[in-house]
Ligand binder design. Structure first.
Ligand code: GLA
Length: 390
């Protein structure tokens, strides 16, 4: 299943732009985090889903001495040389994810790839917390690997894309976004154990669907806040390692009871960050059980608890997200809601019955505009298949 119309537009634009058709195309979807917040880099659990919004990456060898990339939405260009990747990128923003993925993909391989003309076209709202950057990294890695006949496992691809994010965007993210973009399945959620990297697809019954509400808020210093949260978690894990020994390597290994026992001895901020992660891991496991048993409303309740913990413990929410989650509680038919992804702005995800989705989406958009005096964006997301070479 791909996005036919967007693909046609991408092919047409490529041919017009470069005067020849593309030879390789890939597609990678964005993702929504359903529950399990900031647990991935703590080797915990997450339920996520690839979504029906994504990015196409098209390329063709160009016979020139440099490669050119073009963004179909912003009409911006960038260039680099496959033959001299260490000379860097001429261009910025979106292009650094492309360049970064190529550098990471080709690390350790000898042989030079031909210079290419490439283009991206996508429909994931940027900066919305739906992982447009991960989709771009993954789409790039898939298409360029095809060009070079480079074979990688899905996990290796996810790590290549993550390394691009670490090095070229400076965000020390976990593997959630890249992995979700790769492992998505139509009508199925993705449950991941981020220690063993075992991925299980969970069928999403006919009674559940998700609405994403993009607040369009992106607070400054988000990336710094993210990295700072990650460091706090690592410090908290160190504390527990000292207390409880080597069976602790990350916060995933600490139980709520142990946290309660030692919280008084901890730096209060570290204790709150730990409470979030430990609570989220427990909520994901409980939530998976509810999904297996078809207890969707109970699952929704856990989403509300997750958001409360973001407000009180992890402090990664913001007034706009809090408004969406609070307002959702008085819209009939909403079963649960929480912020999705890194936080500090971006999107909230709502669990609803598919038959109510449109009515709920409209009610929420109205409530948001009345309260905030500015609009939000509503997306009816579907669990979608993962990245692919077309
Ligand atoms: C961002 C990161 C992910 C994950 C989430 C929070 O999306 O890229 O790795 O940590 O935040 O769960």
């Amino acid at each position: 299943m791909i996005k036919e119309e967007l693909f046609i537009e991408a092919k047409k634009t490529f041919a017009e732009k470069y005067g020849q058709p593309h030879t390789i195309a890939s597609f990678a979807p964005g993702r929504v985090e359903i529950i399990g917040n900031h647990t991935d880099y703590n080797e915990g659990f997450v339920v996520s889903s690839a979504i029906n919004y994504g990015i196409f990456f098209l390329l063709a060898p160009n016979g020139l001495d440099h490669s050119r990339v073009f963004c179909g939405r912003t009409q911006e260009h960038a260039t680099f040389q496959m033959a001299n990747l260490d000379l860097g990128l001429d261009g910025g923003g979106w292009a650094k994810y492309i360049y970064g993925s190529i550098v990471e993909l080709l690390k350790g391989s000898d042989g030079v790839l031909p210079e290419i003309d490439a283009m991206i076209l996508g429909d994931i709202p940027l900066g919305s917390g739906l992982s447009s950057s991960a989709a771009l990294e993954v789409a790039t890695a898939f298409a360029v690997a095809k060009l070079g006949n480079i074979s990688k496992t899905n996990l290796e691809f996810a790590k290549i894309a993550q390394a691009a994010e670490h090095t070229y965007a400076g965000v020390m993210c976990g593997l959630l976004d890249q992995l979700s973009s790769i492992y998505g399945k139509e009508n199925q959620l993705i449950m991941t154990d981020f220690r063993s990297i075992e991925v299980e697809n969970l069928p999403l019954g006919d009674d559940a669907s998700f609405i994403v509400c993009n607040t369009k808020v992106k607070h400054a210093l988000v990336d710094g806040e993210y990295n700072e949260r990650r460091e706090s978690c690592e410090k908290a894990a160190e504390f527990f390692k000292e207390k409880l020994g080597d069976r602790i390597s990350t916060l995933r290994d600490v139980t709520s009871a142990e946290l309660e026992q030692y919280a008084g001895e901890m730096d209060p901020i570290a204790a709150k960050r730990a409470a979030h992660v430990i609570g989220e891991c427990e909520r994901v496991l409980a939530g998976k059980k509810y999904l297996d048993e078809g207890k969707i409303e109970k699952f929704g309740q856990l989403m509300y608890e997750s958001h409360d913990s973001s407000i009180n413990n992890f402090e990664n929410s913001c007034p706009e997200l809090d408004f969406v989650v609070e307002a959702s509680k008085s819209i009939p038919g909403v079963m649960g809601a929480r912020l999705s992804g890194g936080g500090f702005g971006g999107s909230a995800v709502l669990l609803v019955h598919p038959r109510n989705a449109q009515t709920i989406g409209k009610a929420l958009a109205n409530a948001y505009e009345n309260e905030m005096g500015t609009d939000c964006e509503i997306y009816y997301v579907k669990a979608f298949s993962g990245a692919t070479v077309l």
